[in-house]
Design a protein around this ligand. Structure first.
Ligand code: FAD
Length: 403
């Protein structure tokens, strides 16, 4: 015997809960269930943002917000006009959760705890009478007459409307491909670069504003760069890992980057600046103090890399060494060999092809009564609360169109 519901959301994560709650609150008549394969629901929400849950980002203009999405920029414009980050704040406020903005624009619950978000979803779903059924790993999906049939390893379910919110699960993508949808090959996004290089070996923890380019590509990002025990991380690197996710995967994470530690100066301008510094500091020792606004420890390493000996005075710096130093400052090459997990947030790029989704309703263009929300579709963002915003926005739209 199968259990019937008006709506089934497969996947008890951020998108599944947000969708189910929005449907139920708008149409209390509907019988709604969430099917989750794990013993627990909302596991990613729990660990998100280092346990604090970076719920959204203080960027309130749809046209600006879309720029943070390497995949989905064009398609999200309409959806963000329906439900943007300001609406997220209002939604959570209405459900008893106050959010705060941090200096860099990230927004967290004022409690600094992801449990607050989990409690909010659990309370709202209980109040709305949503049935949460755990330990149900969906094994097959098909449409028979007017219903969707959903078989798990234990039970059988039918639903009038089916919402898939299973995140980045390859087995589910295979099942969806079996329904005729195209799946863009999944690759990791938001990772750090493994680099073994004398210039940064002893500098873990050092951070500087930099522009980083992936050589032989158009990939470029500016932002704080953090030296780690394994290589490089920080916003500049994470942005590159997101925008370049498919390209870097193709390169099997073996590629060269160039780093401009002076950011707004190019090679020629750096040479000119160094010549002026030479005039003004002739008696001082080059390696002793960085004349630029970045850490001394990094400056010392770049000076050594430019073959300038430790005791050299500015007055004795030859044009050749000025050139070498300017090169180290503005276009030093570093070889990346592999990637590491960025523990605060990671996502998968790839998923259901955006061309096959109606973004006014988040409905499949191939099947009736089939909807998608969250990371299951080929949308992902850089770090900062944008990935959850995609889950909230798509969940809201499904909620609106179903209810
Ligand atoms: C460590 C970490 C920290 C993060 N921090 C942040 C952050 O602070 N801010 C931010 O914006 N983003 C963050 N993200 C990204 C964010 O968590 C995801 O984008 C978001 O959770 C996607 O939501 P979702 O509901 O689509 O997928 P998920 O949260 O992955 O939920 C999918 C659910 O479906 C279930 N499922 C899968 N297959 C089946 C099946 N066959 N049958 C039944 N159930 C199934 C899974 O068990 C899971 O519970 C973080 C990610 C990670 C890994």
């Amino acid at each position: 015997m199968s259990q019937h519901f008006d709506v089934i959301c497969v996947g008890g994560g951020a998108a599944g809960f947000f969708t189910a709650i929005n449907i139920a609150e708008k149409n209390p008549e509907l019988r709604i269930a969430i099917l989750e394969r794990g013993k627990e629901v909302l596991t990613k929400v729990r660990i998100s943002g280092g346990g604090r849950c970076n719920v959204t980002h203080a960027c309130f203009e749809p046209n600006e917000l879309v720029k943070f999405y390497p995949r989905g920029e064009k398609e999200l414009k309409g959806p963000f006009n329906q439900f943007c980050s300001g609406d997220t704040i209002e939604w959570f406020e209405k459900h008893g959760v106050e959010l705060k903005i941090e200096e860099d624009g990230r927004m967290f619950p004022v409690t600094d705890s992801s449990e607050t978000i989990i409690d909010c979803f659990m309370n709202a779903s209980a109040k709305a009478g949503i049935k949460i059924i755990t330990g149900q790993s969906v094994q097959s999906l098909y449409q028979a007459e007017e219903f969707w049939k959903i078989d798990t390893q234990h039970d059988k379910f039918t639903a009038t409307k089916l919402v898939l919110t299973t995140g980045s699960n390859p087995k589910m993508w295979d099942m969806i491909a079996g329904l005729g949808h195209s799946i863009v090959a999944p690759v990791p996004s938001l990772f750090t670069f493994n680099i073994t290089d004398k210039r940064i070996k002893e500098l873990p923890g050092v951070s500087a504003l930099a522009t980083v380019k992936v050589k032989n590509t158009k990939l470029e990002a500016t932002g704080p760069l953090l030296v780690t025990h394994w290589g490089m991380s920080g916003p500049a690197i994470l942005k590159l890992s997101a925008w370049g996710a498919p390209i870097l995967a193709e390169k099997k994470y073996q590629f060269a980057i160039s780093v401009n530690w002076l950011n707004d100066l190019d090679l020629a301008e750096a040479e000119t600046a160094l010549k002026e510094i030479k005039q003004e500091n002739s008696k001082k020792i080059v390696s002793k103090k960085s004349p630029f606004e970045f850490p001394n420890r990094l400056w010392e390493k770049l000076v050594v890399a430019a073959e300038v000996s430790e005791e050299t005075k500015w007055a004795d710096l030859s044009n050749k060494h000025i050139r070498l130093l300017a090169e180290q400052l503005t276009e030093g090459t570093y070889q990346v060999s592999g990637k590491s997990t960025y523990k605060d947030e990671f996502v998968t790029a790839g998923g259901i092809d955006l061309k096959e989704i109606n973004f006014k309703t988040m409905q499949s263009k191939l099947h009736s009564n089939l909807y998608f929300a969250g990371e299951i579709v080929n949308i992902d963002a850089i770090t900062g609360g944008f990935n959850f915003q995609n889950a909230w926005t798509s969940g809201f739209i499904v909620g609106n169109s179903i209810s």
